[in-house]
Design a protein around this ligand. Structure first.
Ligand SMILES: [Fe+2]
Ligand SMILES: [Fe+2]
Length: 164
């Protein structure tokens, strides 16, 4: 897909990045059959760090960009049904992500017990499914529309706000 606008390219790249991270998270969770990982497991330490940062960014900066700058423009173009559908996904994803982030923080601090790890696995797998599907949906439906509807000046204006 040849994208013309900075914002559509940025969205596209952020979706690719989060889909890759969720894929790695899902595979790591699937391997957790016999209980929590060892306290000195370096791969999990890195993964938890990346998840904490990326998920926090996703449900604040990335979702805010879509909700404040892009969904209103979809409504104005008669694409309100798509905007509503994507916004409803965001609400569900935020509800899953907030408690998951708290579990991730406790795991990073080394204070998550076995029951906590079971919760992390269950809500982690739910998030992997929901957020991957959402990001794929946006790659197919939202990104091309954003690319088409933003003129150069608007693209620049949103870009300056988003990337500063
Ligand atoms: Fe979204
Ligand atoms: Fe998105």
């Amino acid at each position: 897909m040849e994208l013309q606008r900075q914002i559509s390219r940025k969205l596209y790249e952020e979706h690719v990045h989060v889909i890759d991270l969720l894929g790695r998270f899902g595979r790591a969770l699937d391997r957790l059959r016999t209980g929590p990982p060892a306290a000195d497991d370096a791969a999990w330490r890195v993964l938890l760090e990346q998840l904490g940062t990326a998920l926090e960014y996703e449900i604040t900066r990335h979702f805010d960009l879509e909700e404040t700058q892009l969904f209103p423009r979809l409504h104005a173009r008669g694409e309100g049904d798509l905007a509503e559908l994507l916004f409803e996904d965001h609400e569900v994803i935020r509800e899953v992500t907030r408690p998951l982030l708290a579990l991730v923080a406790r795991a990073q601090a080394g204070i998550l017990d076995d029951a906590g790890w079971r919760s992390l696995k269950a809500s982690g797998l739910e998030l992997v499914e929901r957020l991957s599907a959402h990001a794929e949906k946006e790659q197919g439906a939202l990104v091309p529309l954003v690319d088409e509807m933003l003129d150069e000046a608007t693209d620049q204006e949103i870009w300056t706000q988003y990337c500063n």
